[in-house]
Design a protein around this ligand. Structure first.
Ligand code: ADP
Ligand code: MG
Length: 619
């Protein structure tokens, strides 16, 4: 079977996403590979599909038991034999799993890193053909990351013990340079192919709401989103307790999670959430690592986290299935004080010397400041986050609370004409910064050495701030009125469309942030309500809505019988697609995204007859 057939047959998907195919091809060509992609981008498939094609066994290293259980469960549901080896197994279970593994029953085996160099495991590993070691959550090898796991350092030791070096692939959602370098160095990847995708999560709606009665706002959010699963993050354990208690008393199906609870209770509560018995989780930031639940439709923050990294990671747990999901931060000025207290009383840096501690502290304060700015900016929230991570956003996303309330159409023709005129008159030889500096009239050595101060467009936009000129330049580039070469010099060139502006007097309009104060709380809440029904099933009619509910109930029932979380039976996305396709036959059902052959054998008829029954009651 080729990769496309595997994708369709086992996973039920028609096409690969962006980077997936590249990563898979690199692995199949025998190269070490590093994939850096945001949460929900589909990293698992990038090693699971090659694992089925390489022959031999792929070992997947994963930091958490819950992650392994989830992924192995999903693979088995898809008809792929996989197993995990970690401390959740009894000795008997472990020995049995190893002996099945030796017989070659599992092409994919998930292993906890601390197991790798134990005698038993090495004995097994040396007796079979290991074709790949795939390191999931690879940032755990780095001390720079937030999730450093010393046991990840054993991976290299293990690989060295093998008679034949397997392909080593690594995957993470952490994008910083230090972490990336650490992964390559510490895992000793050999000439790795690195594939990095953009960090934008287009399906996530971002919003900041400033209000006094945060509890009340959250409660009314839950009321209008009753059947959805979501997470409410609080800053402190005490807050978790309060919010959880109040919501519970008001009859919401909520559970809670923080470091002050017993292991046992944490495990139970986490399971309740994953299995949708308690679809809403109230938690501190201790919750979430290793949660692959794909149908989380909202992440609400009761309070501002300490930095953008944490916020994006936590908010990013929404909408892993790619369906619309909402990330709302409920801000109060008290949050800054709470976070400052955390920084003041940070116990993590006890063994650092004074100078280093001061540096760390300064860095933390700087990050807190950037987080606070996020709550006040009038610019596009998504753009703000992406810029923080060093990516160019497109200035206006149309899917955040600022874009929906804070933007206005502005005529930017004059700026556009100046830029294009400048590019033409300097014969398309220079980069973006030279163009911007010229029209703005910068008096720098570089400008003089290029004699751009003699250009007819020099200083024609001296009153327009450079950031605005850059936004317009980006816009012109996106709309293909200008082209920027993709090399080190990033030279600005004209396009076929450039003359529409210069010769045909075309007007250029662009959405830009209003230079105004934030609107009142009420205005923001209203704008959010307008989007009310958007979650998951925006374009649904009432009929489709009720079919979705029927299918969802069937999924819950099926999951209970199978003892797996509902989203592992079928994702929200798959159910949504089913409501659109309304399949009548097996062939039609197999066209639904996420329905592979194996899943069809297991559940297909059940869901078909549910749809048929529903349709017959409609006519
Ligand atoms: P990551 O590990 O990158 O956070 P996952 O591997 O858990 O992401 O995948 C997230 C979701 O995307 C899963 O529900 C998965 O089934 C789905 N998915 C992955 N690849 C595809 C694809 N090519 N088409 C449709 N859905 C996909
Ligand atoms: Mg993953």
């Amino acid at each position: 079977m080729d990769k496309y057939e595997i994708l369709k047959k086992y996973f039920g998907y028609d096409s690969f996403r962006n980077a997936q195919e590249r990563l898979i091809d690199h692995i199949l060509a025998g190269n070490d590979t590093l994939g850096i992609m945001p949460t929900g981008a589909g990293k698992s498939l990038c090693y699971q599909i090659p694992a089925l094609m390489l022959g031999g066994i792929t070992l997947v290293i994963s930091p958490l038991i819950s992650l392994m259980k989830d992924q192995v469960g999903a693979l088995n549901q898809a008809g792929i034999h996989a197993a995990f080896l970690n401390s959740s197994l009894t000795t008997t279970q472990y020995v049995k799993a190893l002996s099945f593994a030796k017989q070659g029953r599992y092409p994919i085996i998930y292993v906890a890193p601390e197991r790798l160099v134990t005698e038993e495991f090495l004995d097994f590993a040396l007796s079979v053909n290991i074709s790949m070691v795939a390191v999931d959550e690879a940032h755990c090898v780095s001390q720079w990351g937030q999730d450093f796991r010393p046991s990840y350092l054993k991976i290299v030791e293990f690989v060295k013990r093998l008679p034949r070096r397997p392909i080593v692939s690594a995957f993470t959602a952490t994008a910083t340079k230090e972490v990336k370098e650490d992964i390559i160095d510490i895992l000793q990847l050999q000439n790795p192919t690195v594939v990095t995708t953009g960090f934008d999560r287009g399906n996530l709606y971002f919003s900041v709401i400033t209000g006094k009665d945060r509890y009340g706002l959250i409660r009314s959010y839950l009321k209008t989103h009753r059947n959805f699963s979501g997470i409410i993050y609080c800053l402190t354990r005490k807050q978790v307790e309060e919010v959880w208690e109040r919501l519970r008393k008001e009859g919401f199906l909520v559970t809670r999670y923080h470091a002050g609870l017993s292991d046992n209770e944490r495990r139970t509560n986490q399971d309740d959430f994953i299995y949708d018995r308690a679809p809403v989780m109230v938690a501190t930031n201790a919750f979430g690592m290793g949660i692959d639940k794909s149908n989380v439709r909202f992440v609400l923050h009761f309070g501002m986290p300490k930095n953008i990294e944490s916020y994006y990671q936590e908010a990013g747990r929404a909408g892993r299935d790619g369906e619309p999901a909402e990330c709302i931060l409920y801000y109060s000025s008290k949050d800054v004080i709470t976070n400052q207290l955390f920084i003041d009383h940070n116990q993590d840096n006890q063994d650092l010397d004074d100078v280093t501690r001061a540096i760390v502290r300064e860095r933390d304060e700087e990050r807190l400041k950037k987080m606070t700015f996020y709550c006040f900016t009038n610019e596009c929230l998504r753009d703000y986050i992406l810029k923080y991570f060093g990516e160019y956003g497109s200035n206006y996303c149309g899917n955040c609370s600022n874009c929906l309330t804070q933007f206005e159409q502005v005529d930017v023709t004059e700026i556009a004409r100046a830029l294009i005129g400048c590019v033409a008159s300097s014969r398309q030889r220079y980069g973006t910064t030279v163009m911007i500096d010229t029209v703005h009239g910068a008096n720098t050595a570089k400008i003089k050495s290029y004699r751009m101060n003699e250009n007819p467009y020099y200083a024609v936009l001296s009153k327009v701030p450079t950031y605005r000129i850059r936004q317009v330049l980006n816009h012109l580039q996106l709309e293909e009125y200008l082209f920027v070469t993709n090399d080190d010099y990033a030279v600005v060139k004209l396009t076929m469309k450039s003359k529409e502006i210069m010769e045909e007097n075309k007007q250029i309009m662009m959405k830009l942030a209003k230079a105004l104060e934030k609107p009142t709380k009420e205005a923001q809440v209203r704008s959010r309500k307008k989007r009310g029904g958007q979650l998951g099933k925006e374009a649904f009619t009432e009929k489709e809505e009720s079919l979705f509910e029927k299918l969802r109930a069937l999924r819950t029932e099926t999951a209970r019988e199978e003892k797996v979380p509902p989203y592992i039976v079928f994702s929200d996305k798959t159910l949504t697609h089913m409501c659109v396709v309304k399949p009548k036959t097996k062939e039609e059902m197999l066209k639904v995204s996420g329905v592979g052959e194996f899943k069809f054998e297991k559940y297909g008829e059940k869901f078909l007859s549910c749809i048929e029954k529903f349709e017959s009651t409609q006519n």
